[in-house]
Design a protein around this ligand. Structure first.
Ligand code: DAH
Length: 339
């Protein structure tokens, strides 16, 4: 029996030294040390041994168990180390390789200008609103004192979604939307995209941007309009610009005006850019028409207000010396990367 045990030990150690996976080692463990394993089978027959032999064989059997167990542990550790080595070798990072470059985005020149205008007006306490580009005829025209068949609609032909839904031609409908929801005092601006069915050329685009402004409160006068807009023009173009107001007509303001600023190039002397005028038109404005106030449930006997509308593309084009409006919507990266 002693011989049997020694041979068993020899075989087990040989098998263990040839093992290359934990799975295989586990099979070896079960084969020798398991409940139905070879060593257990030998121990079961110990009852047939003499009283002198029993402790000797018992001790050998224990030694076999310990040696096989220790060999298994050693082999497991080795396999684990090999696996770790393999993983480390396969996962090495070559820090000298060129990295993946992250492209930083930039704001579109239009966004830059919109952000700047929002800063200036919010500094004066104006709230910023946004509204739908797909708009009801009612908000875009009717509530702004432009009934169906009014000639003012001719200059603002647009894209019709249905008889009473259009792509808005101006940001002015935001005046009505805000006045319907909010009681005075109101001080708000609304920048956004607008549409007209114009053919695209260097100075026209069927899609462009405006910024609307509205102030409604008790006792608001034309002096407030002029003071606010002059402050705005100086904040935008510098303290040395001066402004002038020319009478104009808009259906939703009375009286109405256009505000010009001194030409950036000749500072008022007259040059080709301003066509000899010395001034360049910047925006439309006026005192909110009593009919518009009343239509929004605001009593024109108690409240008054002023409104303004600025076309943004022209400001952007002058600021960045862009000579074709189409560049602003074409998303050509060669163009956009310059800003
Ligand atoms: N909505 C006008 C347009 O697109 C611009 C405008 C003029 C807006 C006068 C106003 C205003 O709020 O008071 O031509």
């Amino acid at each position: 029996m002693k011989q049997q045990l020694e041979q068993m030990l020899k075989r087990a150690l040989e098998e263990i030294s040839g093992a290359d996976s934990n799975e295989y080692l586990e099979n070896i463990r079960v084969k020798y040390l398991g409940k139905k394993g070879e060593l257990t089978a030998v121990l079961r027959t110990m009852g047939s041994l003499s009283a002198e032999e029993r402790p000797v064989i018992g001790q050998i059997a224990n030694e076999v168990r310990e040696k096989v167990g220790a060999a298994l542990d050693g082999a497991r550790a080795l396999i684990q180390r090999h696996e770790a080595d393999r993983r480390i070798a396969s996962e090495t990072i070559d820090v000298t390789l060129p990295g993946v470059r992250t492209e930083f985005g930039k704001t579109h020149p239009l966004t830059t200008v919109i952000n700047e205008l929002c800063d200036i007006f919010s500094g004066m306490g104006f709230a910023i609103h946004e509204g739908p580009e797909v708009e009801y005829d009612y908000y875009n025209f009717e509530a702004l004192n432009v009934p169906k068949d009014h000639p003012a609609r001719d200059t603002q032909d647009t894209f019709y979604i249905s008889d009473n839904i259009v792509l808005r031609t101006q940001t002015s409908p935001m005046q009505v939307r805000v006045m319907e929801k909010q009681k005075p005092p109101i001080r708000m601006i609304a920048p956004g995209r607008v549409y007209r069915s114009d053919a695209a050329d260097a100075t026209h685009s069927p899609v462009f941007h405006q910024l609307e402004g509205l102030v409604v409160d008790k006792g608001v006068t034309m002096a407030d309009l002029k003071g606010t807009l002059e402050f705005f023009a100086k904040a935008l173009f510098g303290d040395d610009v001066s402004v002038r107001f020319r009478p104009h007509h808009f259906p939703f303001t009375e009286p109405s005006a256009e505000m010009d600023v001194t030409c950036f190039k000749c500072h008022g002397k007259g040059c080709p850019l301003c066509k000899g005028e010395g001034y360049i038109e910047l925006l439309g404005c006026g005192m909110v028409h009593p009919r518009v106030l009343a239509g929004c449930g605001i009593d024109p006997e108690i409240y008054s207000g002023f409104a303004l509308g600025i076309g943004l593309e022209r400001i952007v084009m002058r600021r960045f010396m862009i000579d074709d409006i189409r560049l602003l919507v074409e998303n050509d990266m060669r163009f956009l990367r310059q800003f």
